[in-house]
Design a protein around this ligand. Structure first.
Ligand code: SAM
Length: 243
């Protein structure tokens, strides 16, 4: 399907003033200014119904903190009028960890609605009723979903057509082939007595590619044996020569 409207991120947050924040500078910021993508930050509090504009209440069953109310968040989600083909994400430490392949899927689509939690989290009923996909950016707890939303959006935006300078720069990065990226070097040729590995200056592209592949495998095996195992199992049924 072709669509004339650019990729769009719609963020539901209690702090819309945090946006675009870091997404307004550098690569993402230039692309935003150029109209290559769109960002809409909506205030969840605009859907509050009482005169105190409250959005949270105490947890049923007791316990510390407050919980974002299902009715308020449902109204805020519905007010966006999200087209059914737009993914609806909820930033959540209990979500499925974000991966580069999920980022690639999100970047290839129309752009997500992203709900940012706060307090102790979100009433389960709205997660279920609005089919929110819980996404985590790591095994640690942030105070709110906004920083997680920045990470998701930034990772997607850099993959959008026309955003990165060279089309190739996304293709060889960490995770693109299931491995961490090989080490990078640039001038000066000698830094504190350490030279650039001579093979990288040899001009022999095949040997450079083989060296990089070996370095990427060694690094991944040392730092992320889980990825190494996955890459090996995905490669097993295929010809070893594929890239
Ligand atoms: N009580 C929750 C728990 O233990 O799972 C943590 C709530 S946290 C203080 C508040 C909000 O920050 C969450 O609702 C979520 O939106 C966001 N958040 C925190 N850590 C996150 C992570 N690792 N990935 C994505 N979102 C996160």
């Amino acid at each position: 399907m072709t669509t004339s409207s650019p990729w769009r991120a719609t963020v539901l947050t209690l702090f819309p003033e945090m946006f675009p924040g870091p997404l307004g500078v550098s690569l993402a910021g230039r692309a935003l200014a150029a109209g290559l993508w769109e960002l809409e930050a909506r205030d969840i509090r605009a859907s509050a119904t009482d005169r105190h504009r409250s959005v949270d209440d105490t947890p049923a069953g007791g316990g510390p903190g407050m919980v974002l109310r299902a009715d308020i968040l449902a109204a805020a989600t519905d007010a966006v009028g999200v087209a059914s083909d737009r993914p609806r994400l909820l930033m959540s430490p209990r979500g499925r960890p974000l991966t580069q392949s999920r980022v690639q899927e999100l970047a290839a689509g129309p752009g997500p609605l992203i709900v940012c939690g706060r307090f102790e989290g979100v009433d389960q009923r709205v997660i279920d009723a609005r089919a929110l996909e819980e996404v985590s950016i790591g095994d640690y707890v942030l105070s709110g979903g906004e920083i997680a939303a920045f990470a998701v959006i930034d990772a997607c935006v850099r993959l959008l057509p026309g955003v990165m300078g060279k089309e190739a720069s996304g293709a060889e990065e960490s995770f693109s082939d299931g491995l961490l990226e090989y080490p990078q070097y640039t001038r000066p040729q000698l830094f504190e007595g350490v030279p650039i590995p001579p093979i990288l200056l040899s001009g022999d592209h095949a040997r450079v590619a083989a060296w990089r592949r070996a370095e990427a495998e060694a690094l991944t095996a040392a730092r992320r044996p889980d990825l190494m195992k996955k890459a090996a199992s995905q490669k097993a049924p295929k010809d070893k020569t594929d890239g």
